[in-house]
Design a protein around this ligand. Structure first.
Ligand code: BGC
Length: 765
């Protein structure tokens, strides 16, 4: 029955009347900011909006090489900070620094303010996206896609807290994280930086990460927290070509339902800064998108913090997007659209930016009010992060840096993220006296299990690897004893002309060692890479690795396939031949030892896929597909939804059974809440964790409804034979969907709740 009544809601989430980000400074601070702005010259105000890379002010020898250990060039330092009044520095020059090295650099930056050489403190930004990856010894967690696979809010919070703590120990206060782009284009090289395909899961976890980064003290951070930066607003993750920084086309409905909600949730949670999408969305470059940056984000959502451009992006409005006729026009366009800080990393680019922006203000292309607004927003974050606070912190204030407690937490995240996708005849867990051949290109290298943004941008330099962390091979050898553990690489991954490639190696050695083993643990996957270097031409797993798997199957030995991959690579032709399959994502420094615990039953898998794993190259599917995709039992029946594994899937060594789904009412009104409960029993023989997932679908609607959408989840732990009743509450906002014009609507009618295949209906009046 098609309903005629359509209740269009004034979208709460997009209404300025209700917008209230948690990040709001008090009147006293706003007055102090007024006073600071009144004292700044035009050049100094412009300087505040300018961000340069550390490289731009480091000393080099005559050949242009950096002096080691890296150190400031005093002339460049003074020119940037004093003459141009640069307000922010980012990153580290292809290095990972020790705490001592950081300590040799950052106080110099801070002292420039304390000694009154510059009027405003510098805010230093860094990509600590899975731990403080540019500080030697810091605790490295799984990449965000793995964190999402834990479905565990507490672990997301803990990740944020530990990362913030270790940043503060390093002397840093601004993290370019989390990435809130949705993972719906697996070809994209930064898929692993996302929290997966679902906006609800991504929103819940991002809220926890932000709480972890920024703490619970409201708008003013304490000494253990840092400012978050939401990336990359918005649509960056959906390049139609799959290539990084190429155009995205997203209908209004999907913007409202999918891509904007995680950002809205994070802004509401108090996120202080936001980085802008480098690409163009619906033909509008992120940096020229006034409708998104100013009208929606700042005016309607009430965002009080500042936006920062991505790397060199304002220039691209002229050189790539062809909107501006000159750099000057590009600058005016970006600032007027709502960009507050520009990442103009190198010299002379940053100087050109500053000089041109001064002229733009002088000739009225950018109003002084707009510039003051940008500076005010930047100052708010500088105030909130305590940069005006003259206290210095002692080494002893952060005793837990790289502690066993932090490592344990990173390992727990890895343990709960790694996802068991297949376990034929319960071949797993393996006995500890099994003779194992550990093989494959990703089995014996710490950087492969960490991925990009590990110690260096692309994560390929092994010289900074964290000491005493296990690779997959060494962790398995530790379980079974070196005498029972053979190793053969079998294939090698490399780049040819900038594209990924692989070749088989030492096949004879592989076969000999396989013959001596009971089981082959075969680790395949991807090279660490991100952004343009991570672009790929096909989702299919590189052929040499497919061949290696087939060769392993031909030995007749059982094979446990271990995927170490930044995105789900198509492996359909080798799924059947494997006895067991683990997806490890990029599990970080403790991923090797976590996988070994899971393989040998010292831990029970509980990760669940945060995306639909594609079965065929070129066929990308989402679990929340429109109902018209599923035609089982209908005329012209065929089911177009056919992933290798569905979103939310992941096996355990124990069994969980669900029963007794109850709704507290069969009729709900617009003002009601709906209470849902279900009993979950561990009917197997091991303790384990399970993610209870609540899905909702609209039975009939005015436009094709989704087959199901995730509305709630909870990760619970159950001992053998234990039963828990898990309760959830849904409100009317959980029933809304977007119409084709991007407006949230709710329609009365019948809805269906589904938990683990058990269904129950209710009506909305
Ligand atoms: C990336 C951002 C990153 C920035 C600073 C850019 O190339 O797109 O995600 O935060 O560099 O490293």
């Amino acid at each position: 029955m098609k309903r005629s009544v359509l209740i269009t809601l004034l979208l709460l989430a997009q209404s300025s009347v209700f917008a209230q980000s948690l990040f709001q400074l008090n009147e006293k601070t706003e007055k102090e900011i007024d006073e600071i702005i009144a004292e700044l010259t035009l050049v100094q105000k412009v300087g505040q909006t300018c961000q340069i890379t550390l490289d731009a002010i480091l000393a080099r020898d005559e050949a242009g090489n950096l002096l080691e250990p890296i150190q400031f060039d005093p002339a460049k330092f003074n020119e940037a900070l004093c003459d141009y009044g640069v307000g922010s520095i980012l990153n580290v020059s292809s290095h990972t620094l020790t705490l001592e090295e950081w300590n040799g650099l950052l106080p110099k930056v801070n002292n420039a303010f304390l000694n009154k050489k510059i009027p405003v403190p510098i805010i230093y930004g860094i990509d600590a996206i899975h731990g403080v990856n540019y500080t030697v010894g810091a605790t490295l967690f799984p990449q965000e896609i793995g964190l999402a696979a834990t479905w565990n809010n507490e672990l997301a919070l803990r990740f944020g807290e530990i990362t913030a703590y270790e940043m503060r120990k390093t002397g840093l206060r601004w993290n370019f994280s989390p990435v809130l782009d949705l993972g719906r284009q697996p070809l994209w090289s930064r898929y692993f930086e996302t929290l997966g395909e679902d906006p609800y899961l991504a929103g819940q976890l991002s809220e926890q990460i932000i709480l972890g980064y920024q703490g619970k003290t409201g708008s003013y951070l304490d000494n253990y927290h840092v400012a978050a930066c939401l990336k990359h607003f918005v649509g960056y993750s959906m390049p139609q070509s799959g290539r990084d920084r190429t155009p995205a086309w997203i209908p209004k409905k999907f913007m409202t339902e999918l891509y904007l909600p995680p950002f809205k949730k994070a802004i509401d949670a108090g996120a202080m800064t936001l980085m802008i999408n480098s690409g163009d969305l619906n033909a509008v470059p992120g940096h020229a998108n006034k409708a998104l940056l100013t009208d929606l984000l700042k005016d309607q959502w009430g965002f009080q913090g500042f936006t920062v451009s991505d790397w060199e992006d304002f220039i691209m409005l002229e050189t790539v997007h062809d909107l501006a006729n000159s750099p000057s026009e590009a600058i005016a366009m970006a600032i007027n659209a709502g960009v507050d800080m520009s990442m103009v990393p190198n010299a002379p680019q940053y100087k050109t930016y500053c000089e041109l922006l001064v002229t733009c203000v002088e000739n009225g292309d950018v109003s002084i009010e707009r510039l003051n607004d940008a500076v005010r927003r930047i100052l708010r974050v500088k105030m909130a992060t305590g940069l005006y606070d003259k206290k210095t912190y002692k080494e002893t204030d952060y005793p837990l840096f790289a502690s066993e407690e932090f490592k344990k937490s990173a390992k727990q995240s890895a343990l709960e993220s790694i996802t068991l996708l297949k376990n034929e005849e319960n071949i797993l867990p393996l006995a500890k006296n099994t003779r194992v051949l550990v093989a494959g290109p990703t089995s014996n290298n710490l950087t492969y299990i960490n991925g990009a943004w590990t110690h260096t941008w692309q994560g390929v330099d092994t010289s900074y690897n964290t000491k005493d962390c296990e690779t997959i091979h060494s962790a398995i050898a530790e379980k079974v004893g070196a005498q029972n553990c053979e190793f053969a690489q079998g294939a090698r991954l490399f780049f040819t002309d900038g594209w990924e490639d692989a070749t088989l190696t030492d096949t004879a050695d592989f076969k000999t060692k396989a013959a001596k083993s009971d089981v082959i643990v075969l680790c395949i996957g991807e090279l660490p890479a991100t952004e343009k270097p991570g672009d790929i031409r096909s989702l299919r797993m590189l052929n040499a690795q497919i061949e290696l798997a087939k060769m392993a199957y031909r030995t007749g030995k059982p094979v446990v396939l271990v995927l170490v991959e930044a995105r789900p690579r198509v492996i359909h032709e080798i799924v059947d031949g494997a006895e067991a399959i683990f997806q490890t994502y990029l599990p970080g420094d403790y991923g090797g030892s976590a996988l070994a615990d899971l393989l040998f039953g010292d831990a029970n898998p509980s990760g669940k896929l945060p995306y639909s794993y594609p079965k065929y190259d070129g066929v990308i599917e989402y679990y929340d597909r429109p109902k018209s995709v599923d035609r089982s039992g209908k005329s012209n029946a065929f089911d177009a939804f056919d992933p290798e594994w569905e979103f939310g899937f992941g096996m355990s060594y124990t069994e969980f059974s669900y029963s007794n789904l109850k709704l507290n009412k069969t009729e709900m009104t617009q003002s009601d809440e709906l209470e849902i409960s279900i009993d979950v029993t561990n009917s197997g023989s091991r303790g384990g964790k399970e993610v209870v997932q609540v899905y909702l679908s609209d039975v009939k609607a005015s436009i094709v409804p989704n087959g199901k959408r995730l509305r709630r989840y909870e990760k619970i732990e159950l001992k053998p034979n234990e039963t828990k009743t898990v309760k959830f509450i849904l409100a009317k906002a959980d029933l809304q969907f977007s119409d084709v014009d991007g407006n949230w609507i709710i329609e009365p009618g019948t809805f269906q709740i589904e938990i683990s295949g058990i269904k129950s209906n209710f009506d909305l009046k």
